[in-house]
Ligand binder design. Structure first.
Ligand code: PLP
Length: 407
């Protein structure tokens, strides 16, 4: 008799974004003709760069001739792409060889799958609030108990609050796997090298592993801040970095990411190289490699001209971040983030709950944002706005908030 994976029943609520879509659709149905403006989901809006388009076209053309056609590629990704990714880290004084780089269909899949090479009884720590996949993937795999008052039993929450500038200290108790996301989604918080070193030291002392999601690292312009965890001495022995072409090259729909699993990474019962081999095995068993066309586009994005254009794309969204921040501050709203990150984390006015503010913002200003409580208990009373969007649309949305929000 087949039975379901009952861990799915533990998932606290419907995923955040479907609920936003449901409320937005209900508003639109009740108010036909009203233009709803979105400052909500972290999806890119600007077209791919010419360099990426040329790379994708070249990838398509290659498949049109029998002498250049290729079928399945390496499960880990094309070698030249892995080399180009490894070479990118040289900018930060970090060296890798390409056997440590694994190309995938995106950082979300890697974030969800990476814990599968660690023991089932591992104790998990997450930033609170956090990108939901870290928590939900561990709920589904049975590493947590039930949700009680918005917190899963057995999970260690590291609160990110105004008091700690939205970046936590390492846990006081012993944990095994730690998810860190810097710059953070949803708070837009970054951390200093010293703060990151405290996590690396903790991980080394406790034989723990850090999953470091650096999908927004290209948004860090302050060069004193770490752009990769591997800038911190010792990180290769205790960290896996997860990354993406989505946010700096607009690959949210194209799909491509990578993870770095260092050969030096070790845990209690593994010698060096073992976890790298296990992830290779995992990917080759469950995944037949990323699209060869898409990999050609990504490879092109790593050329000098490609990198220049992707920086321009980041700069474009960061203009929006400044527009949102200054607009909200001009009406007395407290806003965090948005300096080295494409997310702004605003405090809801008058102590409103995140969802009450969602409804108020939508009704009064026709702007959709993302309730902070959807990212974890410490997100209650906050609200995420995203700088991903067309410049003119963002400016219109901010003007509507300035003129119509009643606070
Ligand atoms: N990591 C973080 C922190 C994100 O916010 C997102 C998307 O919003 C992703 C990963 C997803 O990346 P990808 O598009 O490569 O799956």
């Amino acid at each position: 008799m087949a039975r379901i994976n009952a861990n799915y029943n533990k998932l606290a609520a419907g995923y955040l974004f479907p609920e936003i879509a449901r409320r937005t659709a209900a508003f639109s149905d009740a108010n036909p003709g009203v233009n709803v403006m979105r400052l909500g989901i972290g999806d890119t809006t600007e077209p791919l760069t010419d360099v990426v388009i040329a790379g994708l076209h070249a990838g398509v053309d290659k498949l049109s001739k029998s002498d250049s056609y290729s079928g399945y590629g390496d499960g880990e990704g094309d070698q030249d792409l892995r080399e180009a990714i490894a070479a990118k880290y040289a900018d930060y004084g970090v060296t890798f060889d390409e056997t440590e780089v694994f190309v995938s269909d995106g950082a979300k899949s890697d974030s969800a799958n990476i814990s599968s090479i660690f023991s089932h009884d591992a104790v998990i720590a997450v930033q609170d609030p956090a990108y939901p996949v870290y928590v939900d993937s561990n709920v589904i795999s049975g590493r947590t108990g039930e949700a009680v008052e918005g917190q899963y039993e057995g999970l260690v929450y590291m609160p990110c609050t105004e008091d700690n500038d939205f970046f936590p200290e390492p846990p006081r108790q012993k944990v095994d796997l730690i998810y860190l996301c810097v710059p953070n989604n949803p708070t837009g918080a970054v951390c200093s090298k010293e703060q990151l070193k405290s996590f690396v030291d903790y991980a080394i002392d406790n034989k723990a592993v850090i999953f470091y999601d650096a999908a927004y690292a290209p948004y860090i312009t302050d060069t004193s801040l770490p752009r990769t965890i591997f800038e911190i001495e010792g990180a290769k022995s205790c960290a896996i970095e997860i990354n993406s072409f989505s946010k700096d090259n607009g690959f949210t729909g194209v799909r491509l990411g990578w993870s770095v699993v260092p050969q030096d990474l070790v845990v209690e019962d593994s010698e060096s190289g073992k976890l790298n081999t296990m992830w290779r095995r995992r990917q080759n068993t469950f995944f037949n490699g990323s699209s060869n066309i898409v990999q050609r586009g990504a490879f092109a994005s790593l050329s000098p001209e490609g990198r220049k254009l992707s920086q321009e794309m980041v700069g474009y969204y960061m203009v929006n971040a400044r527009t949102i921040k200054s607009g909200l501050e001009s009406i007395g709203i407290t806003v965090f983030g948005g300096s080295n990150a494409p997310y702004l984390w605003m405090k809801t006015p008058n102590g409103l709950s995140s969802w009450d503010f969602f409804d108020k913002l939508l009704t009064e200003t026709h702007v959709v944002g993302t309730p902070g409580s959807g990212f974890g208990p410490s997100g209650e009373g906050y609200f995420r706005l995203s700088a991903f969007g067309n410049e003119a649309d963002i400016a219109t949305a901010v003007e509507s908030i300035k003129s119509n929000l009643q606070i």
